[in-house]
Design a binder for this molecule. Sequence first.
Ligand SMILES: C[S@@+](CC[C@H](N)C(=O)[O-])C[C@H]1O[C@@H](n2cnc3c(N)ncnc32)[C@H](O)[C@@H]1O
Length: 195
Amino acid sequence: MKRDIHERIRFFRSFLANPRQVGAILPTSRRAVRDMLDMANFTRARCVVELGAGTGVYTEEIVARLHPEAYFLAFEVDPELVATLDGRFEDPRVRIINDSAENVGKYLDGAKVDVIVSGLPFTSLPEPVKRNIFEQITRVLAPDGVMVAIQYSTMVQRDLSRIFASVRRRVSPLNVPPAFLFRCSAALPQEAPER
Ligand SMILES: C[S@@+](CC[C@H](N)C(=O)[O-])C[C@H]1O[C@@H](n2cnc3c(N)ncnc32)[C@H](O)[C@@H]1O
């Protein structure tokens, strides 16, 4: 409980410092976390990636669902938020990475990802960053892989439909604010953006 409050304060401070990058004033509610992770199959997944881990509300629940032989990379770009995750997961399957989701491929050694869990605020990220991340996602996701993503509007759905053959959506009304949960599969190849 005390840790929860401390993490909410830390999260809010990061929001004040970088509102467009953080994209929400509070971490996602546990209910929405569970609802979204239920949209992916972790029993078969051997490589799982989280984008925008924040204070670790998804990270914790992903670790609880992770297959014993799986490995899990969690990316968070804000060093202050990474500090809330460091040392918390004493688990050899888990690696917390303080880098942008734009660089996921660099850490995978050519492996393909079975499940991507995204908390990234796609609609408020700079357009080139968003494009780079989408390009990475389509490049690293396994052909039968799945991305689940939380958003606070449906604006990103057009982008998602352009890069995935299948996009499903549900609402998590009890989250603050109410959230849209997306399940995307069958990624379509994208042209690499100019670097
Ligand atoms: C809406 S918050 C979600 C945090 C957490 N997943 C949750 O649900 O509470 C978005 C997170 O994405 C992180 N983020 C933004 N851009 C990023 C990037 N390019 N690479 C990695 N993380 C990024 C932010 O710092 C922030 O922690």
